[in-house]
Design a protein around this ligand. Structure first.
Ligand SMILES: NC(=O)c1ccc[n+]([C@@H]2O[C@H](COP(=O)([O-])OP(=O)(O)OC[C@H]3O[C@@H](n4cnc5c(N)ncnc54)[C@H](OP(=O)(O)O)[C@@H]3O)[C@@H](O)[C@H]2O)c1
Ligand SMILES: [Zn+2]
Length: 336
């Protein structure tokens, strides 16, 4: 089979099409014929050589968000049939720790994520497959898992409800757009930022109530406060946007952080945190149940996952270049 593999670390020039043996399912596994796999900033971190994958693992096939058709199943798998259309929940959990037993599974002590979807075939755990109805386009389904599950859980952790005002620094990417859309499903209003006026125009069309064109944290703080203090900050940028995200909260407001695109550390003004009864919460991914709920929203016509562009497998390098250039609004999806 063919796969888009990382053959070195650095830029998109290290993403090349390679041949691998056709996979066979082991016990408790299924092989999917991949119809669509979206990419995430997580994959870009790996390509850049920043995290998780070493030289000894090259060539490396990334890709966590996989939709496809079951082409083979392991002997002991009883709940699946070949030909079924499915979406992979990329969570990999131990099944035995306290959080696997009592929930939420996203807190699993040995939590990790599936990689390997940027290929014609992917071998996955059969119990991580969610059925996909004929009504859902596999490309739209593949946009959901990492970005929308993460945004969904963050909004829940921030207790966002009808009428709330939610601040989303960096609102045009995978997690950002998902947050704006899901906040709207919950009846909340949003303030989104981007360095690009053109991308903000698209974000407004997708339902953002207020937009701020800036990448400067101090300027953004001022602009948000002109609109009004927020109930929640949903923050995947980290770095200096964390201090701003805290400062613009109303008394008792919540900031949830899932990422550090703009930097791994931040200064927080502690008296703003404790005197104003604010909360800062960390969050990673969501549960397979969350993914099923998100698919229900899509099937019910209440959520339309935003796909910026579809790429053939041979142009996976271009998808990574578009993410690195920050030219996209929403998800970039490869169709092997
Ligand atoms: N913990 C978890 O479970 C989890 C799950 C998903 C994602 N994440 C993390 O969340 C972050 C977002 O992921 P994603 O896939 O949504 O990424 P993405 O699609 O690349 O996000 C693009 C957004 O980030 C902004 N941005 C990009 N680089 C920036 C920089 N250097 N400084 C400031 N803003 C920047 C862009 O702003 P412009 O519009 O101005 O270009 C755009 O709004 C990543 O750090 C990722 O690792 C964590
Ligand atoms: Zn566990």
């Amino acid at each position: 089979m063919r796969a888009a593999a990382f053959t070195g670390f650095g830029g998109p020039e290290h993403v090349t099409i390679e041949s691998f043996d056709d996979p066979e399912p082991g016990p408790e596994e299924a092989v999917l014929q991949v119809e669509a796999c979206s990419i995430n900033h997580h994959d870009l971190w790996i390509l850049n050589g920043d995290f998780w994958v070493g030289e000894d693992q090259l060539p490396y096939v990334a890709g966590m968000d996989v939709a496809g058709t079951v082409s083979a199943i392991g002997n002991d798998v009883e709940h699946l049939e070949t030909g079924e259309r499915v979406l992979l929940c990329p969570n990999q959990t131990c099944g035995s720790c306290r959080f696997c037993r009592e929930g939420p599974e996203s807190h699993c002590e040995r939590f990790s994520l599936y990689h390997g979807g940027l290929a014609e075939y992917a071998t996955v755990r059969a119990d991580r497959l969610v059925p996909l109805s004929d009504a859902v386009d596999p490309v739209e389904a593949a946009a959901l898992p990492v970005s929308y599950m993460t945004a969904f859980r963050m909004l829940e952790a921030a207790e966002v409800g009808p009428g709330d005002l939610v601040f989303v620094p960096g609102a045009t990417g995978g997690v950002g757009v998902a947050t704006v859309q899901l906040a709207s499903v919950l009846g909340a209003r949003t303030i989104g930022t981007s360095t690009s006026r053109a991308k903000l125009g698209r974000l407004e069309a997708l339902g953002a109530d207020h937009t701020i064109e800036s990448g400067d944290p101090d300027e953004i703080r001022e602009s948000v406060l002109e609109i009004g203090r927020v109930d929640a900050t949903i923050n995947h940028l980290g770095g200096p946007f964390s201090e701003v995200g805290l400062n613009v909260l109303r008394r008792g407001g919540r900031m949830v952080i899932c990422g550090q695109t703009a930097g791994p550390t931040s200064t927080l003004t502690l008296d703003d945190l404790f005197l104003n009864q604010k909360r800062v919460i960390g969050s990673t991914m969501g549960t397979q149940g969350d993914l099923e709920r998100l698919l229900d929203l899509v099937e019910g016509g209440r959520l339309d996952p935003v796909v910026h562009e579809r790429y053939p497998l041979a142009e996976t390098d271009r998808a990574f270049a578009d993410m690195a250039d920050r030219s996209a609004v929403g998800k970039l999806v490869v169709e092997p």
